[in-house]
Design a binder for this molecule. Structure first.
Ligand code: LLP
Length: 421
């Protein structure tokens, strides 16, 4: 459920009519619903209670500091994968002891930044990385809390580009080698084991791969405890999928996911951490765009929008589907027609959808891409020198621009002409 509904014939974000935002800010823009973000975060905390737990929002899915502050103020932790994301979490007022640092290639600078600013744990992904962290921590005179991300060799049954839990993927340490790696950590002076981490992929639409991975984590917990390690936290990663269409897609709900976690791991006395991104942010956001032209092609009509692949790359990068709906509600029974919905970028890949059935559209009409809150704005670029897409947060009847559209002046100022030109 989300808070983007038609009222009086116009699409609203909570109590705000989308055309009112477009009139102030221009298009395209992302708009997020605070009520939906809050609701989705709470679904997870409710699903995991009464187990001790921390829901660490995966910042990579939606990293605007205003959104992070909203979630952080509710008590959320944050999952970060770079120094930049760490600084965003801190800028949002999230204390270090609620920030977990993931990622396959943390640099020494990033390790130092997090150790100095405070961090709940590092999720380590390789032996060279753990040796580097031990050195950095020792030089700072501190001990770094760590887990090891194990690779359980489980097929997540999702898009190949976002599956991470098979042995051929670059992520984690093969679970079969975990005991030997934990033994080495115990010998390193700058590290202290606090638990185990696993993340097998994103947009999972079945519970079985999670359960298979968590079962392996359970066995590993018992084995590592027998070896004398203090396994008190289990970080189970993110990955729960969302419905991208309003048809019959029904991925498991957070309550089912929570019940499965309790069933597989609930008796171990561990604090459970999860790192959901998409399920919290995905259906909390729309990308709103305007029709520039309706072009009649040969045997097909193109809806040329002012949003492009640089603003929302998921369709061209993963062949991802986003529902595209008119902002002015279609009158039931009125005619529709199929459109190929495209952006103005000079690539055929700049296509959002083919043969999308929409009401008859005209220049200036607004459309909205649903489920665009996750991996939308964060993956945007300025390709074709198109300004980075702005972001808006709605709460009740109010909206605020939480990232402005840069002016061309600002964009041009970033380029530097060398003296010798
Ligand atoms: N934790 C780790 C270690 C991750 O690598 C990820 C996502 C998450 C948590 C959050 O996963 P989520 O709950 O959002 O599924 N750009 C792609 C998705 C990439 C996901 C990368 N890792 C897309 O647009 O579908």
């Amino acid at each position: 459920m989300d808070h983007f509904l038609y009222r009086d014939g116009l699409l609203h974000a909570e109590g705000v009519a989308i055309p009112d935002i477009a009139a102030t800010l221009g298009t395209p823009f992302y708009v997020y619903s605070a009520a939906t973000l809050t609701r989705h975060y709470r679904l997870f905390t409710e699903a995991l209670a009464p187990l001790p737990h921390l829901v660490c929002f995966a910042i990579k899915s939606l990293s605007n500091v205003a959104v992070l502050k909203l979630l952080g103020d509710l008590g959320a932790g944050m999952d970060v994968v770079s120094g930049g994301e760490y600084l965003r979490a801190k800028a949002a007022g999230v204390p270090g002891d609620r920030i977990v640092f993931s990622g396959v290639g943390k640099t020494r600078e990033e390790m130092r930044l997090a150790l100095e600013g405070g961090v709940r744990q590092f999720n380590l992904e390789s032996e060279p990385e753990m040796r580097a962290l031990s050195e950095v921590a020792t030089a700072l005179g501190v001990v770094a809390p760590v887990t090891v991300r194990v690779n359980p060799d489980v097929d997540a049954k999702t898009h190949a580009k976002i599956a991470t839990g098979k042995s051929e993927n670059k992520f984690g340490i093969p679970i079969a080698r975990a005991r030997e790696v934990y033994a080495e950590i115990a010998r390193l002076p700058g590290l202290k084991v606090v638990g185990i981490d696993v993340h097998i992929g994103s947009q999972l639409t079945e519970l079985a791969p999670f359960e298979a991975a968590f079962q392996k984590v359970r066995e590993l917990t018992l084995a590592l405890r027998a070896d004398g390690h203090d396994i008190r936290r289990l970080d189970l990663g993110g990955g729960l999928g969302i419905p991208y269409t309003r048809s019959n897609e029904a991925p498991p709900l957070p309550t089912d996911y929570g019940a499965m976690i309790k069933r597989t791991l609930g008796d171990l006395g561990c604090e459970i951490e999860i790192e959901p991104g998409r399920l919290i942010s995905g259906n909390s956001g729309l990308l709103v765009s305007q029709v520039i032209y309706v072009k009649n092609g040969e045997g097909r009509d193109f809806l040329i929008l002012d949003a492009a692949m640089n603003d929302l790359v998921r369709p061209s990068m993963y062949e991802a589907h986003h529902d595209i709906i008119p902002v002015a509600e279609a009158i039931p029974g009125s005619p529709t027609q199929p459109f190929d919905v495209v952006g103005p970028v000079c690539e055929t890949g700049d296509t959002f959808g083919k043969g999308r059935e929409l009401p008859l559209m005209a220049e200036g009409d607004l459309v909205a891409f649903r489920s665009a809150g996750a991996y939308g704005a964060v993956m945007a670029s300025e390709y074709n020198s198109r300004p980075l897409v702005p972001e808006v947060l709605v709460q009740g009847d109010h909206f605020a621009v939480i990232r402005a559209r840069p002016s061309f002046d600002e964009i041009l100022k970033r380029d530097i002409l060398p003296e010798w030109l």
